[in-house]
Design a protein. Structure first.
Length: 310
């Protein structure tokens, strides 16, 4: 079986000296150390050869490793890019287009910073319980306790309280209500100036163009970071098309588009729609080696940065 390793990154910054030391990310020093480890153990690859090998069944070295960076974060320009450029390593970056174009903060990131700003997670849970109870009759919701029982399941990175906060605000509540609750919590615990926060959090189009001109590669992470398998097909197509247009603003010559599924969420319909629109590969968040085959090219596994020494 042909395979490679693909590593997934999000926040990469000098965490201890930042305004949000509790944000779940990788320290700059840890990133440098990890790249040195990769240099010794693996050979840095690229998606061109992976895609070609999958579609034409050509041989490939199973010791390849590729680096992917999700969400279009400013960290990727200020911290990651200079290091990769100095070490002559190609990075693959997957921005979500809506926050960059509209100067908003995605709910997924609002949740990260709500959590990072509030050491006592029970306070956030209590606020959510109160807001659910206020809207129960209007929205026909379950009791807060019932949601907690169903969703609060600890995983390898998060406590049960953190998992509950993420899941209830990412997916479980009706869209309008969860947006309202997330906005309320963001203003209460983080900041009321969302546009300013957005500009500091995400890369600009010009910064991404600079990176692209230096050999970094940009793909799609959708337009608004939705769970793609949970939205109607018309909206799914808009998510794909809008993000594709945005990627071509960064580099109009990019004809080897890759989709990085938000939350790692996809199904056969999502694969069909991105394939019909010229995408050549899809990245999941399932942990493990990525199998290089025609059958798996739209379901490529990835490791988290925490799966390797830092």
């Amino acid at each position: 079986m042909k395979k490679c390793k693909i590593v997934m990154y999000h926040y990469v910054r000098p965490l201890k000296n930042s305004a949000y030391p509790e944000i779940k990310g990788l320290e700059e020093k840890g990133f440098k150390n990890q790249l040195k480890y990769f240099e010794k153990k693996f050979e840095f690859g690229n998606f061109t050869e992976i895609i070609h090998s999958a579609h034409h069944d050509t041989k490939i070295n199973n010791n390849k490793i590729l680096l992917t960076f999700d969400d279009g974060l400013k960290d990727h320009f200020t911290t990651v890019y200079p290091i990769l450029k100095k070490m002559s390593i190609k990075g693959y970056f997957f921005p979500t287009s809506k926050p960059i174009e509209e100067k908003i903060v995605l709910d997924v990131h609002k949740i990260h910073f709500i959590l990072a700003s509030t050491p006592n997670k029970h306070k956030i849970v209590e606020e959510i319980f109160t807001l659910i109870n206020k809207n129960r009759k209007i929205e026909k919701l379950k009791t807060p306790q019932k949601y907690f029982e169903e969703l609060a399941i600890q995983n390898r990175f998060d406590t049960k309280e953190v998992i509950f906060i993420k899941r209830i605000l990412q997916r479980e509540l009706p869209l309008k209500l969860r947006n309202e609750i997330t906005d309320f919590l963001f203003k209460k615990f983080v900041t009321e100036n969302e546009p300013e926060f957005s500009e500091k959090l995400y890369m600009s189009l010009q910064e991404m163009k600079e990176m692209s001109e230096s050999g970094m590669v940009f793909g799609s992470h959708s337009h608004s970071h939705e769970w793609l398998s949970h939205i109607e097909n018309k909206k799914l197509i808009n998510e794909i098309e809008s993000s594709k247009i945005f990627c071509h603003k960064i580099n109009s010559k990019n004809d080897e588009m890759i989709m990085c599924y938000p939350y790692g969420d996809y199904n056969s319909q999502v694969i069909k729609e991105i394939s019909n629109r010229g995408f050549k590969a899809g990245l999941t968040t399932k942990v493990g080696d990525a199998e290089i085959s025609k059958e798996c090219i739209f379901k490529l596994n990835r490791y988290d940065t925490n799966d390797f020494p830092q």
